[in-house]
Design a protein around this ligand. Structure first.
Ligand code: GTP
Ligand code: MG
Length: 370
């Protein structure tokens, strides 16, 4: 239900909160400044104090921002977006580093210039694959809760010398809850005490049946240390992606998700964004969470400035007026006025939610003191 705190209502009318409280008191309602009242009551107060009321529902402000359907004839194949998950120290980061290094060494433009939360590599079969550098299980869940489905495939890393561990199981649960196919990478097979077969058996207990045991889940023995099996893993990912038949329309207005964001001393707010639909261009006006900006520059995963970024392409956006948050969804809007309307609305919502939390916390505390 729509609500507002007395403080915020007073602010928006440029009235004193005490006058709002007095008015409500005359109506027989006792309130303090941090209390939350419903929209109908707020409207009554505002009209009584001589203001005109324009109620803006979320559905109006956010109308048409996300998930507007793609038209079939404009769909073209897009690279898969892959997230690596697994237990602590099983080699997620090492694996990503090794994949990226092999790829860069094998003739990609540029080099590893900086850490970026997402990047693209080319599989030995020629297709591109986008990797998201482990957002961590909590972040994965948080993103999903906020409606940001970014991952097409999960690579489950299991160390061959350690086997299935609690966070391995957690990752399986996350992938299943998200309805995302899973590929198993049995890592550290170079180690003398590696036992890949044990991993396969343990996975059975969590209803993951790998191919070599007659199941449908692709599994690859790999070593981030020696590079063994990495090409096969990339090929497997591309094949899995082809089965998923991933498509997007590059022509439409762009949507994406913030993978990570920071305030850079020299460059200002920098958001690493995964483009999911349409094509993002320099000069576009973008909103992400409660922030907006005009795209001043787009920087790709090897540090080059680019003019545009299409579906499944990870890119840094420069030009935001503030720093958005990881998991915020990004959309291109048609004007600065629209960007302001949306972000001001979201800022208000954020403030009201925070105030409502404080209000109820205050009440609880007061109740306890009685
Ligand atoms: P967290 O991010 O802490 O969860 O760990 P992680 O899964 O990213 O593991 P990380 O890549 O940091 O690797 C953990 C340790 O395992 C490091 O000491 C790596 O050098 C080592 N390691 C990773 N992959 C391999 C491998 O294939 N073979 C061997 N021998 N060691 C590996
Ligand atoms: Mg790591």
């Amino acid at each position: 239900p729509e609500t507002i705190t007395i403080q915020e209502l007073a602010n928006r009318m440029s009235e004193r909160a005490v006058d709002v409280i007095k008015f409500l008191m005359k109506q027989g309602q006792m309130h303090k400044i941090t209390d939350v009242i419903d929209a109908d009551t707020a409207q009554l107060v505002a009209e009584e104090l001589g203001h005109t009321v324009k109620r803006v529902a979320e559905s109006d402000v956010e109308e048409g921002l996300f998930d507007t359907p793609d038209v079939d004839e404009n769909l073209v194949a897009r690279p898969p977006v892959v997230t690596i998950m697994g237990h602590v120290d099983h080699g997620k980061t090492s694996l990503l580093d090794a994949i990226r290094k092999t790829n860069v060494v094998s003739g990609e433009a540029g080099g590893i210039t900086q850490h970026i939360g997402a990047y693209q590599v080319t599989s030995p079969l020629g297709g591109k694959i986008t990797f998201i550098d482990t957002p961590g299980h909590a972040a994965f869940t948080a993103m999903r809760a906020r409606g940001a489905k970014v991952t097409d495939i999960v690579v489950l890393v299991v160390a061959a010398d350690d086997g299935v561990m609690p966070q391995t199981v957690e990752a399986i649960t996350h992938a299943q809850a998200a309805g995302v196919p899973l590929i198993v990478a049995i890592n550290k097979v170079d180690k003398p005490d590696a036992n890949p077969q044990r991993v396969r058996t343990e996975l059975l207990q969590h209803s993951i049946v790998v191919e070599s045991m007659g199941g449908e889940t692709l599994e690859f023995e790999v070593s981030a240390k020696t590079g063994q099996g990495l090409d096969s893993l990339l090929e497997g990912l591309q094949l899995q992606a082809e089965i998923l038949d991933l498509k997007a329309n590059p022509e439409r207005s762009s949507e994406g998700t913030v993978i990570e964001a920071k305030l850079d001393r020299g460059r200002g707010p920098v958001a690493t964004v995964l483009v999911q639909r349409g094509t993002l261009h320099t000069g576009d006006i973008v909103v992400a969470g409660a922030e907006w900006g005009r795209v001043r520059a787009l920087v790709n995963d090897v540090g080059q400035n680019v003019k545009e970024a299409g579906p499944s392409v990870p890119v840094e956006i420069l030009g935001f007026n503030g720093t958005p948050e990881a998991g915020d969804r990004v959309a291109v809007v048609e004007s600065e006025a629209r960007a302001r309307e949306i972000t001001e609305y979201r800022t208000r919502q954020k403030r009201e939610r925070a105030a409502a939390r404080m209000g109820s916390a205050g009440r609880t505390l007061a109740d306890m003191m009685r």
